[in-house]
Write a protein that binds this ligand. Structure first.
Ligand code: LLP
Length: 430
């Protein structure tokens, strides 16, 4: 992916940096981010989610991977930012991300999170439900502020890899079903609000989607909904946010869609359908997270040793695990790995890569063929740029790894490695 190559020492090189030198300088485990690839992905979205006659916006879903340096990069690339918590919002504000380009999500935003968002004057709050609307109204009155919002709706589409299925309409914890009978009643509440300005709707049909048709189906269902609220509730939709979910390659089981084609087709469909239905074309937004950062991330580990079990399993033990990448344990996610200091050697043996946590499920990769691995080798797990650092934990009191950005042979530390002192930071001895 991106700027990955093999150098003349037979080592993996990313962004012009020898991965083995990176481990010597920054230690292991280490998250390495190919900055050019993240920027390239931002540009692919910006350049291809565009069509004459439609206003568009690409919003990076920061839950995938966020820190101050990521905020700066996303802002430099001209994308907007989706945050789902006070912590993500705080990071964006500290990084001086343009506030008018921040969108705030969440099915249970606390009053404090809403106050923070209102006071900062962020671009849009995505309202989840009626109670939140009432709370927001109250808070805006108290603070003497106004706010533009979108309403999160649930279009009843549950997209899965390779297929999409209709779920029962009311089982999602997010948003309001587009099929609910009292939707006009709810919209009326927005319309009479003095403080809250409803610009349109938001939906998100799922994540790691490989079935292009799911996106198109989402658009069709949403446009029918826009037509219905126009006719039944007299509501003209100015903005339509279609969420994220574009699937990426992690391993051979993944077959990503042709992104450029899909983005264009989505907008063509919006144009065609709105004309057919005689609707005003809304501004259309998308919120990719994983597809911006996943393939740009690599985690480097040092091998502590190997073990052949009585049952015939061949383990490689690395100095990280489910604390820095919980996705295999959590979702059965499949990753590819390589031996970063043995890139020119032939694959010979079948291994299972296990972490160091006190848990049998702490496996990073099952059954992978690699060159013969020994203690002190450096193992690279690929495509760890999304939902790894952001989902990392301190289980077993293991400090979180450092994050470096690499580009043109330069490595920039963007998050320091946690220390044992950091682990104790909030502990009190009474
Ligand atoms: N917008 C909304 C409202 C979302 O809920 C999400 C993801 C996104 C955008 C971005 O979706 P993406 O483009 O990244 O697929 N932890 C899981 C993924 C959870 C996704 C939650 N929502 C994982 O590691 O696979």
């Amino acid at each position: 992916f991106g700027t990955m190559e093999i150098n003349n020492k037979g080592n993996l090189q990313i962004g012009g940096c020898d991965s083995i030198n990176l481990t010597k300088e920054f230690g292991t485990p280490l998250y390495v981010v190919d900055e050019e690839l993240v920027r390239g992905n931002c540009r692919t979205f910006k350049n291809n989610f565009s069509l004459e006659g439609i206003e568009t916006e690409v919003i990076y879903a920061s839950k995938a991977f966020l820190n101050l340096a990521v905020c700066k990069l996303i802002s430099e690339e001209g994308l907007s930012l989706d945050v789902v918590s006070g912590g993500e919002l705080y990071t964006a504000l500290k990084a001086e991300f343009p506030v008018n380009k921040i969108y705030m999500h969440g099915n249970n935003k606390t009053a404090n999170e809403l106050i923070m968002a209102i006071q900062a004057g962020i671009g849009r709050i995505v309202v989840d439900n009626k109670q939140e609307l009432e709370l927001l109204e109250y808070l805006c009155e108290e603070l003497d502020k106004e706010i533009d919002v979108l309403l999160r709706v649930n279009p009843g589409i549950d997209a899965h890899t390779h297929e999409y299925i209709q779920t029962s309409k009311n089982d999602s914890k997010f948003g309001v079903s587009i099929f609910s009978d009292d939707i006009c009643c709810l919209l009326e509440k927005f319309q009479i609000s003095r403080r809250i300005n409803l610009k349109g709707f938001h939906c998100h049909i799922g994540s790691q989607i490989f079935e292009e048709k799911s996106f198109y189906q989402g658009i069709s269902v949403m446009l029918e909904f826009l037509d219905r609220v126009k006719k039944e509730c007299d509501f003209i939709t100015e903005e339509l946010n279609l969420g994220g979910g574009f699937g990426v390659y992690y391993s051979k089981v993944d077959t990503p869609i042709d992104l450029k084609k899909c983005l264009k087709n989505m907008l063509l469909l919006v144009k065609e359908k709105t004309m057919e239905m005689r609707l005003t074309i809304p501004k259309v937004m998308i919120e990719p997270g994983r597809s911006i950062t996943a393939n740009a991330g690599t985690t480097l580990y040092e091998v502590g040793g190997t073990k052949n079990t009585y049952g015939g399993k061949n383990y490689i033990f690395v100095d990280g695990g489910m604390t820095d990448n919980p996705r295999t344990a959590l979702y059965g996610a499949k990753y590819e790995a390589i031996v970063a200091n043995k890139m020119k050697l032939e694959n010979k043996a079948m291994y299972t890569i296990a972490g160091k946590c006190c848990e049998s499920g702490d496996i990073l990769v099952k059954d992978i063929v690699l060159p013969e691995v020994e203690r002190n080798d450096v193992l690279a797990v690929l495509s760890t740029g999304a939902y790894n650092y952001s989902m990392a934990s301190n289980y077993n009191r293991i400090p979180r790894p450092a994050v470096v950005f690499v580009k043109d042979g330069q490595a920039r530390l963007t998050v320091k490695r946690e220390t044992y002192e950091d682990i104790l930071r909030n502990d009190l001895l009474i």
